[in-house]
Design a protein around this ligand. Sequence first.
Ligand code: TC6
Ligand code: FAD
Length: 660
Amino acid sequence: MAKINEDLLKERKKCSFNTAELTHLLDGGKDKTLERHSREHFFLDDPELRSKIPLEYLSHKEKYEEAVRKSCILFRKVQELQEAGKGGIENFREILGGQLGSAILKDGNPLTLHYVMFIPTITGQGDFEQQAEWMHKAWTCSIIGTYAQTELGHGTFIRGLETTATYDPKTEEFVLNSPTLTSYKWWPGGLGHSANFAIVVAQLYTQGKCHGIHPFIVQLRDEETHMPMKGIKIGEIGCKLGMNSTNNGYLGFENYRIPRTNLLMKNNKDGTYVKSPSSKLTYGTMIFVRVVLVQDCASYMKKAVTIATRYSAVRHQSEMKPNCPEPQIIDYVTQQYKLFPYIAMSFAFQYSASWLWDIYNNVTGELESGQLENLPELHALACCLKAVGTADCAAGVETLRLACGGHGYMTASNLPSTYGLATAMCTYEGENTVLLLQTARYLIKIWQNKKNIQNLPTVRYLDNALFNNRSYEKSVSWILSALQQVAAAKIDLANKHINDRVRQGKAYEDAWNETSIELVAAADAHCRTFLLDIFNLTVNNFQSISPELKAVLTDLLELYAVHTAIRMTGDLLRFTNTIGKDVEALQLWLEELLAKIRPNAIGIVDSFDIRDEVLGSALGAYDGNVYERLFAEAQKSPLNHEPVNKSFGLYLKPFLKNNL
Ligand SMILES: CCC/C=C/C(=O)SCCNC(=O)CCNC(=O)[C@H](O)C(C)(C)COP(=O)([O-])OP(=O)([O-])OC[C@H]1O[C@@H](n2cnc3c(N)ncnc32)[C@H](O)[C@@H]1OP(=O)([O-])[O-]
Ligand SMILES: Cc1cc2nc3c(=O)[nH]c(=O)nc-3n(C[C@H](O)[C@H](O)[C@H](O)COP(=O)(O)OP(=O)(O)OC[C@H]3O[C@@H](n4cnc5c(N)ncnc54)[C@H](O)[C@@H]3O)c2cc1C
């Protein structure tokens, strides 16, 4: 093993708690940690899953080809796990898209959507016969699917999609068409050249009548030759900010026929077209993905904060006091302020993601038996957690990149590509502003009718929060109560402004649009109360952990609470009893917490137990040999493989001569 950097050795000695205990707690038990280790070993120690040349030095086409090579190996290994009964879809998601997946395929996996959206849609939307027909093929990967919903002209407003599926009773087929350029499918991962099947979301027409959007299983390419089927126009959409090996594609149809039975029919039980009990059941796969994205937010945040915190312990810069050695940059309080709140945030997202996952499973269980009552609350929660989680994660990764100075800008830090993955999440699976407005729509309804509110766990605080008015105390419970009051006040005010505008004669929709900045802010505040509430509940419920660990988790909880409160200073002053002196007290409390967390910072990120291959970063490796690794990475540049590049003879030399 390489020599460990001296600073990191010292940091590790300072740690006041047992890092393995925290690792096990985060994994859900020691056996789960061991399971994860064995999964990581299974994937990361496979030499076939390593690239010879860093991805950044490959062309777009080579990147794709290398990604397909690795994805196929990855899928084969996933199947081996599946056959051995090791893991359900949630594990596969982690392998395909989460921390492990992004370690193997740094710039995206062209086959991910097969497991993440194609299979879940067949499970969620297909009837019994359809599952029997398609699931075996899909699980065994004899077909590879994607999820084609978004079009060139419409991503958010899916009721406005233009692809048509017109029923032809004579042949019992649907005829798919893309009537306009804007109706072309645009964005689906793996659609370009990878998948041979897709779930296609299209407007269903029978007897000249449109019945709205429905999901269909559609074959795109010949299973033998992979040539596009006749009537299918397909390709890749081109280079993007990140995720350049996900092979996002476009797709158009020209009188393309599919059997009637390819309309997913779970909600049309008798096999004829019957309107389903809720048109929103078609949106089920999107809820599923939003739920798992919150877990990804925690994963990406942990990865970025581990890199930046370790680097900050190794890096020395400037003079804090005259004639003293240059300090570790982690000793600058401004640096701690860039790092530690994101350590705390990783916990907040992990705990909320886990609650959301449980709620999701309960509600989808209820949907199976036709109960729809709890769907709106789940939808509202999934929307705001996805939006706030991805926004904070992307902003966090960028802050952490900046915290690493110039070296953070190197792709060898792995922070730029982590940012590429994180910021994409703000847009896909529902653009964040749009999702916050969905949550706001639910909150306004609840505000207007609180009859059943005590049965709705995520919003029942709204019953009386407007009047909390607690005087400042240095406690998480005070901050939570103040945030709840802020959320309630913002909902109340937005509701009032909508009503005022309606009274002035405006249409409700116009009043809504004119109030939408406030509505988004209200949904955001509501979400932040949930995140803090769950973090608080989780830490308070830990019974059998050591007092040392409990103290660290309490520090992190408090830091998360205080950091959130300080970010919302204006709101606290405006909507609660908070006064200027209380803000000063919060600021001092924040500084106190940064100092308390400082000796444990390396211990906490070590507890995330992220393997070097997953971090993929010259700055964040466990041994802290930052400079050696940066230097070694630079040697991989193809430009360094020859002392003189041919451009010298071609351009530079004649240019220099001309200037003589
Ligand atoms: C790895 C991943 C790669 C990426 C993949 C992708 O991006 S794939 C592409 C991902 N693409 C996207 O994510 C697209 C994002 N866009 C959308 O999801 C929708 O178009 C929309 C929700 C914005 C509006 O839809 P709309 O105009 O049809 O709806 P509306 O506003 O008129 O509200 C009507 C009612 O429906 C309710 N309701 C709504 N959704 C749900 C739900 N899921 N469940 C339950 N309920 C839901 C809503 O609360 C309201 O209830 P109310 O108040 O009447 O009781
Ligand atoms: C990396 C990546 C991968 C993707 N993968 C897939 C995939 O596999 N399958 C798939 O089908 N799609 C996929 N998508 C598409 C994605 O789901 C859409 O881009 C997303 O839903 C947003 O839609 P849009 O691009 O049409 O943006 P728009 O809806 O045009 O949004 C543009 C702006 O308009 C605003 N806006 C729009 N509507 C409203 C409103 N009602 N109220 C207020 N403001 C509004 C938004 O807030 C935003 O600021 C992917 C996208 C990306 C970036």
